[in-house]
Design a protein around this ligand. Structure first.
Ligand SMILES: [Zn+2]
Length: 145
């Protein structure tokens, strides 16, 4: 490995990839608590899943799905430090729980084979954030009005 003379921007390659698993996930709002550390999965990097690590802050209405959501704090989020996400977008980092682990494994089985020979950061394009700070999975955006 030669060291490059410049650092490439940490912008992931955008590769829209279907995610049938997150929309079908059965997880309750009360599965999470304020203070929990969770990750919002976004894609694949170097043979592993990657995502944004955020903290659960407080209950908050998730308007894109008209369901109970969670206000989340993203320490690296800049202008959008606080966003609101649906419980099914979240995977526990702070404690090992079977529900989140099962989802994580299923996502790995679904995605990692597709990008087995990929070293770069791949953004699978599942999430967008509205101007009002609502995080929306592509499946929820489609089924919305
Ligand atoms: Zn969990």
């Amino acid at each position: 490995m030669t060291s490059p003379s410049w650092t490439p921007p940490p912008t992931p390659a955008f590769a829209p990839t279907p995610d049938p698993l997150t929309p079908a996930r059965d997880i309750t709002h009360s599965h999470f608590d304020p203070g929990d550390q969770v990750v919002i999965l976004k894609g694949v990097a170097g043979g592993e899943l990657w995502g944004d690590a955020v903290h659960v802050v407080a209950p908050s209405w998730h308007t894109p799905t008209d369901e109970d959501g969670w206000r989340l704090r993203d320490a690296t989020g800049g202008a959008q430090t606080y966003i609101t996400g649906h419980p099914r977008y979240l995977v526990h980092l702070s404690r090992r729980c079977p529900e989140c682990l099962i989802h994580l494994r299923a996502m790995e089985d679904h995605l990692l084979p597709k990008y087995a020979d990929h070293d770069a950061l791949v953004d699978c394009g599942w999430y967008t954030t509205t101007a009002l700070g609502q995080l929306v999975h592509i499946a929820d955006a489609r089924s919305g009005r």
